[in-house]
Design a protein around this ligand. Structure first.
Ligand code: NAD
Ligand code: UDP
Length: 322
């Protein structure tokens, strides 16, 4: 059945892949974005679908639309971007979520929240299970994002309890792939762009901290399964790839796959940088039949090809902002 689906943050990295998937499945998609980190080029090719439309709008302002389902992906996800304007980040997470929840309540629409592994902060439980409440600094430089996303989960559950709203919350662990910005600032895009340009590869700290990297196609499959699940399944549910790597190992893997001659250099570790992160995905496997399929080298290969093509185009003077 064709649905009218709102994707807030639809011009971003994950949002553009989600829009493309939903359009391919025959739905009508409205992409709502303030283009703070999202790019018009991410969604340019989606105009071929007659059922795609774009609204330039900041979710901090209320909006009235007629929709059947809402995905809330609107929020900068990269630490340098969300820390650049922390008050706007907090407003996006809290006031923005509130506006979308109000819209969902008025339309009786099912609503999905892109939450995050940052909910767990610098975790004392490893791997992270959904029942763990986390270890989060409430006033550090990462707090606008971590606490903003925690407050958003609170609001989603209050709307569910008070208004019977159908909510779907996923906690996303580090995801990468084509359509990340070259200046996104997260580790996978940084390392690949540095390697392709022959610049120094910047490891923050000693590189022994760990992350688990999920390829974008696997994550979007998890989103779709979650949104289609029974009303009783609210989440939160972890979505991520349980393969765990040190940042040093990631740097070596990128150098190997790109054949780069870049040097690996050390830079100071950012404040409150989590030491380790790996999702326990038992719940996603049990409830959604989901598990990631794309191995790190394969996903990195696809991402390297994307950036290689993009950088050779930007040599031919394609402006970064489009
Ligand atoms: P992204 O920065 O590429 O995309 C975010 C999008 O939201 C951009 O298009 C941006 O312009 C838009 N946006 C930001 N603030 C907005 C506002 N106030 N109003 C309207 N639009 C706004 O990031 P991404 O990696 O695609 O992340 C998408 C979502 O998934 C975010 O909510 C993020 O917190 C969550 N998430 C992502 C990851 C990951 O690894 N990619 C991990 C955890 C959570
Ligand atoms: N990181 C790094 N070099 C970079 C960018 C990030 O060593 O150029 C590290 C960062 O300190 C963190 C890890 O890589 O330990 C993942 O960082 P990212 O910003 O991608 O995601 P997050 O910290 O939100 O998990």
């Amino acid at each position: 059945m064709r649905k009218r689906i709102l994707v807030a943050g639809g011009a971003g990295f994950l949002g553009s892949h989600l829009c493309e998937h939903l359009l391919g499945a025959g739905h009508e998609v409205i992409c709502l974005d303030n283009f703070s980190t999202g790019l018009r080029r991410n969604i340019a090719q989606l105009k071929r679908f007659g059922t795609f439309s774009v609204i330039a709008h900041d979710i901090v302002e209320p909006i009235a639309l007629d929709v059947d389902e809402i995905y809330n992906l609107a929020c900068p996800a990269s630490p340098p971007h969300y820390q650049a304007n922390p008050i706007q980040t907090m407003k996006t997470c809290v006031v923005g979520s509130l506006n979308l929840l109000d819209l969902a309540a008025r339309r009786r629409a099912r609503i999905f929240q892109a939450s995050t592994s940052e909910i767990y902060g610098d975790p004392h439980i490893h791997p992270q299970v959904e029942s763990y409440w986390g270890n989060v600094n409430p006033f550090g430089p990462r707090s606008c994002y971590d606490e903003g996303k925690r407050s958003a989960e609170t609001l989603f559950f209050d709307f569910h309890r008070l208004h019977g709203l159908e909510i779907k919350i996923v906690r996303i662990f580090n995801t990468y792939g084509p359509r990340m910005r070259p200046d996104d600032g997260r580790v996978v895009s940084n390392f690949i762009v540095q390697a392709l340009k022959g610049e120094d590869i910047t490891i923050y700290g000693d590189g022994s901290q760990t992350r688990s990297f999920c390829f974008v196609d696997d994550l979007i499959d998890g989103f779709i399964r979650m949104m289609a699940s029974a009303p009783s399944l609210t989440g939160p549910i972890n979505l991520g790839n349980p393969g765990e790597f040190t940042i040093g190992e990631l740097a070596e893997r990128v150098v190997e796959l790109t054949g780069s001659r870049s040097k690996i250099v050390r830079r100071p570790l950012p404040v409150d940088d989590p030491r380790q992160r790996r999702p326990d995905i038992s719940l996603a496997t049990q409830e959604l039949g989901w598990r990631p399929k794309v191995e790190l080298s394969e996903g990195l290969g696809q991402t390297i090809r994307y950036f290689d093509e993009l950088l050779s185009r930007s040599d031919r003077k394609v402006p970064e902002s489009v």
